[in-house]
Design a protein around this ligand. Structure first.
Ligand code: PEP
Ligand code: MN
Length: 346
């Protein structure tokens, strides 16, 4: 349920409502807006039949309203305005198209610095790169781990681009949070609920990929785990789902973009690299996702994709990345948005 406070309520009114919520073992999450304050009340789905009646008659309270969707804090019902996630001054959400780009995995200093500089020059706003890699086979390259994180921090230092990297286990959250600006939850861990909660507690923005077999509702409930721990800086990422179709690596769910925008206030970006698995499909599918309302793209780029230690087939060359950027800017303009770097410059 949501508690809508009256305009002009006092701090004491607000505190009293929060205490009443705590008393019954629930949590209150407030949005303090210019016009109104709303408190989202969440916790175990037990019945509290008297609570809304009790709260409605408290001083400073205008009304209480149930939230009908199963996800609460990430729902549009709770928050009407789009959430804009701010990562060291880089905006993700409403009105801008933000490009995150870089290699699938950090492989060496030379590979990462070269890519980071090229991404910066060519208009990306955030650098991506995996240091802990989830691989289907235990014999595949699994990342440089902490050495990879150090290289990401060095690349940020040299380019000014914030970095996003994946967290696979609860035991590495603190380590990765020391180096990264955005913590990524990959598709394979999208419903690893203890990990989601641990990552939430690091108080860094979280990029939450959609589970490869998650429904939109399951994906938003996964986001809810993070918001319920008090971290509102969640960026959703559609990266394709598993279907009967095997012609591409995954099936990119374009429906998810406008649907998630209706259901949630969180920003949503798209990953056409993992969504397609094929370099030549990355641009057309990426453009489609932006046209459908995605707030940005996350793209895999490698100085020499044929030598990449992971995901070479879907990695763009620097030249192809430039072409994607040029056309994404055109589609962004067509849907009334600015490229983030352009917007930041004015
Ligand atoms: C990645 O971004 O490198 C990655 C492993 O993605 P996903 O979890 O979507 O497969
Ligand atoms: Mn990859």
């Amino acid at each position: 349920m949501m508690v809508i406070m009256k305009p002009g309520h006092t701090r004491e009114d607000f505190d009293a409502v929060m205490s009443r919520i705590k008393e019954v073992g629930l949590d209150g999450h407030a949005i303090i807006g210019v016009e109104r304050t709303v408190i989202g009340v969440v916790g175990l789905d037990r019945e509290h039949p008297e609570l809304s009646d009790d709260i409605e008659v408290m001083p400073g309270v205008e009304s209480t309203v149930p939230i009908s969707s199963p996800f609460k804090l990430c729902s549009r019902e709770f928050r009407k305005d789009d959430t804009i996630v701010n990562v060291n001054g880089v905006r993700i959400g409403e009105g801008t198209v933000t490009i995150m780009a870089g290699p699938c995995a950090v492989e060496s200093e030379e590979q990462l610095m070269m890519t980071a500089k090229a991404m910066k020059e060519r208009g990306a706003s955030i650098l991506r790169g995996g240091a802990f890699k989830p691989r289907t086979s235990p014999y595949s390259f699994r990342g440089l781990e902490e050495d990879g994180l150090k290289l990401l921090a060095q690349a940020r230092q040299e380019t000014g681009l914030p970095v996003v990297t994946e967290v696979m286990s609860e035991t590495t959250v603190q380590l990765i949070a020391k180096y990264a600006d955005i913590l990524q939850i990959g598709t394979r861990n999208a419903q690893n609920f203890f990990l989601l909660e641990e990552v939430a507690k690091a108080h860094k923005p979280v990029l939450l990929k959609r589970g490869m077999s998650s429904s939109i509702q399951e994906w938003l409930l996964a986001a809810e785990y993070i918001l319920a721990k008090g971290n509102r800086n969640v960026i959703l990422c559609e990266r394709g789902i598993r279907t009967f179709e095997t012609a591409a690596r995954n099936t990119m769910d374009i429906n998810a973009i406008p649907l998630v925008k209706e259901l949630s206030h969180l920003p949503v970006v798209a990953d056409p690299s993992h969504g397609t698995g094929k370099r030549r499909l990355v641009e057309p599918v990426g453009l489609g996702m932006i046209a459908a309302g995605a707030d940005g793209l996350i793209l895999e780029v490698h100085p020499s994709p044929e030598h990449a230690l992971s995901d070479g087939a879907q990695s763009l060359t620097f030249e192809l990345f430039s072409s994607v950027m040029e056309n994404v800017a055109k589609v962004a303009a067509a849907v009334g948005k600015k490229m983030e770097r352009e917007a930041a410059a004015v």
